[in-house]
Design a protein around this ligand. Structure first.
Ligand SMILES: [Zn+2]
Length: 337
């Protein structure tokens, strides 16, 4: 038997009566006070859900109402008679720090799995579904827009170009034909010694990079790395990964207007640079495999990368390195190969 004290309102006047309410195990409920003696049954009573520790209301069948601050006793009653089970459960969850911790962990795990596997997987599928012709057009357009901004015509002589084009053909021979591999020569004060891969298979090499390399082996290493970017469709995957990540961050951290706020952009940037590093090591792995199959010492790759790192000090604002992060780490990985 549970007894609580509270106030009774008859639902017709604003009169408030102090009462004692008794709940019997059978379900019988009696409400007693001065000038009042009511009998009813628990099934006839509706109990309001618990909201923190605010006063609870118990609604009686005749329009009357009981009010009490004894929440724990009401919870016991509700639980015993199986009333408000859902609300009681939710309240218990809110109170339970273990559940809160588990929920937090589950959310973090969800974010981790999405970013580590979900987003890259979805982007890969999306990139694969882009038709060859569209990929080619995207590449041409990207090259065209850079031609107007950062590239100037190459000054390499015809013989060097011919030689490098031949080298490039050897590198791309036997690769899948959905990509139209094509080597382009450009000069660029902004980019310095650099090589870039475009969707569809266009690869640009700058005059400065050709001059920086000692020999064909070093150029082969750099070109193989760029071909690795094309083979793995990194350009398109990056576009898809960035947009999917942005959507995910908006979903997790707030509405679309908050995309400009740091809370959404900072994690996005961190995730994107992580993806960018993954792409670089994937392209490096491709280059290393090629060098091994062609009997070229991988040290040549390390040498040209080291030189590219050194030229960073020259103050060019956008060089090979900003698009190829963590270069010293990569060199270490290549040397350990
Ligand atoms: Zn790269």
């Amino acid at each position: 038997m549970i007894e609580i004290s509270g106030f009774y309102y008859d639902g017709k006047s604003s009169r408030r009566l102090k009462v004692r309410v008794t709940f019997c195990p059978s379900g019988a409920v009696s409400i007693r006070g001065d000038n009042i003696d009511l009998q009813t049954d628990i099934d006839q009573i509706r109990i309001s859900p618990r909201v923190a520790d605010t006063c609870r209301s118990l609604y009686l069948p005749d329009g009357g109402k009981l009010e009490t601050g004894d929440n724990d006793a009401i919870d016991t009653v509700a639980e015993h008679f199986q009333q408000n089970r859902l609300q009681a459960w939710l309240h218990r969850l809110e109170q339970n720090w273990r559940f809160v911790a588990v929920a937090l962990l589950a959310t973090l795990l969800f974010i981790y799995v999405s970013i580590e596997y979900g987003v890259p997987w979805a982007a890969k599928i999306a990139a694969r579904s882009v038709p060859t012709e569209m990929r080619r057009q995207l590449g041409e357009q990207a090259l065209e827009s850079l031609d107007g901004q950062v590239f100037t015509p190459s000054r390499l002589d015809a013989q060097t170009r011919q030689h490098l084009t031949h080298l490039f053909r050897t590198l791309t021979a036997g690769l899948a034909t959905q990509q139209n591999y094509r080597l382009e020569f450009r000069s660029s004060r902004k980019l310095g010694a650099n090589a870039l891969a475009f969707p569809g298979g266009i690869i640009v090499i700058t005059d400065a990079l050709v001059h920086l390399a000692d020999d064909d082996q070093q150029l082969t290493a750099v070109l193989a790395h760029e071909i690795g970017h094309v083979v793995h469709q990194h350009n398109l995957r990056r576009v898809f990964q960035n947009s999917i990540t942005a959507l995910l961050m908006i979903t997790l951290f707030g509405d679309i207007s908050s995309i400009t706020s740091l809370s959404a952009t900072l994690p996005t940037i961190l995730v994107q640079s992580r993806y960018s590093r993954q792409f670089e090591s994937e392209a490096d792995r491709y280059a290393l495999d090629y060098l091994e199959s062609a009997d070229i010492p991988v040290e040549q790759f390390a040498i040209i990368l080291t030189r590219l790192e050194q030229q960073r000090g020259d103050g060019s604002e956008f060089d090979y390195l900003s698009s190829h992060p963590a270069i010293s780490k990569r060199i270490a990985v290549i040397r350990s190969h």
